[in-house]
Ligand binder design. Structure first.
Ligand code: FE
Length: 342
């Protein structure tokens, strides 16, 4: 995420915006707690207000802070919708009982069954791909996640922390498909191949791969599209130096993760909240929402005009229901801990 307000500023912001809400109790409002901070989302919210007359009070925050906040606010929470990234995080919120069940024909018809749960819904997808240095590593050697633990890649792997939700969700998918022993053996092999101790985000790893500090990494697709779209010559150089592989095309497919949202259990404006989710699934909102962070829409008929993403080609995504990742996420953390993937 781009902008992360300090906790003090966050508190002030919520006091101001929500204070204003209570002053105009007659006005139709929606209180949105959001961990997405993209310029394009502004237009999205303005269009919702234009179409429905419902004003959006937005509280921006970090993913984990927002969940903690909603939890602490309890039954008095003014929050109607939590919008955040990563299936593992959405499932944490769900397991804490923060969401309520939503039945909506619109959402059921538009969002594929594998990309929704009974309580929360995905609104865009990103894939976790393999990125390699074209001069240091053979493309054929890195076709599967499993390949990254092969002894041939000793000293070649850079990757962010094993505790990060993106890697935990990947680990959860691997456990679901291949079982825990195989996933643990993979994680041990991966750690044995590290070029350096995990540090930084996905973009830092891509840059390290391009610079030859390591030969291969794992990254979310939107970081690659962001570098491709960058006007900076150094970013162009980075992208020229690396190749991108859709992993596991001959097995269970490339792991995908999501941005998603759910209606909160104590939502004071429940009707507006459901309307907002349905709006996010509309053709117009889907294109905006996905493209704003170089992601794919969840509604299959919606296409985004994103030539950088399109340049990566088509792929077979993992069909594991996104809500099922939760069942093995805690297990994934334990497996990575045992393997020493800090
Ligand atoms: Fe990210």
């Amino acid at each position: 995420m781009l902008i992360r307000p300090a906790p003090a500023r966050l508190a002030l912001l919520v006091a101001l915006t929500l204070g204003a809400t209570f002053a105009h109790a007659q006005e139709k409002v929606l209180n949105l707690y959001s961990a997405r901070h993209y310029q394009t989302d502004e237009a999205l919210y303005a269009n919702f207000t234009k179409a429905t007359g419902i004003r959006i009070n937005r509280l921006d925050g970090k993913e984990d802070e927002l969940v903690e906040r909603i939890r602490n606010e309890g039954a008095n929470s003014p929050a109607d919708v939590l919008l955040t990234v990563d299936a593992a995080r959405l499932e944490v919120a769900d397991s804490l009982g923060l969401f309520q069940q939503v039945q909506s024909r619109v959402l059921e018809e538009r969002i594929p069954a594998t990309l929704r749960t009974r309580t929360w819904f995905a609104f865009s997808t990103r894939a976790r791909v393999i990125v390699y240095n074209k001069t240091a590593v053979q493309r054929e050697a890195v076709q599967n996640y499993a390949d990254l633990s092969a002894p041939a890649l000793k000293g070649q792997v850079c990757v962010r922390s094993g505790s990060h939700p993106y890697n935990l969700s990947l680990g959860a998918a691997m456990i679901a498909h291949d079982g825990e022993p195989k996933t643990e053996a993979w994680a041990r092999g991966l750690v044995a191949n590290f070029a350096r101790a995990p540090k930084g985000g996905d973009t830092d790893q891509i840059k390290a791969v391009a610079a030859g500090e390591c030969g291969v990494t794992i990254s979310n697709t939107y970081y690659l599209a962001r570098l491709m779209r960058s006007a900076k010559p150094e970013d162009q150089k980075v992208m020229n130096a690396v190749g991108v592989v859709w992993p596991n095309q001959s097995t269970w497919g490339t792991h995908i993760n999501v941005s998603g949202a759910g209606v909160l259990k104590h939502a004071p404006n429940r009707e507006a909240a459901v309307k907002f989710l349905e709006y996010l699934a509309s053709d117009e909102a889907q294109a905006y929402f996905a493209n704003g962070n170089n992601e794919w829409p969840v509604v299959p008929s919606v296409k985004v005009p994103n030539k950088e993403l399109a340049s990566l080609g088509t792929f077979k995504p993992d069909q594991l229901p996104i809500g099922d990742l939760a069942k093995t996420t805690v297990q994934a953390q334990k497996v990575f801990d045992r393997a020493g993937w800090k």
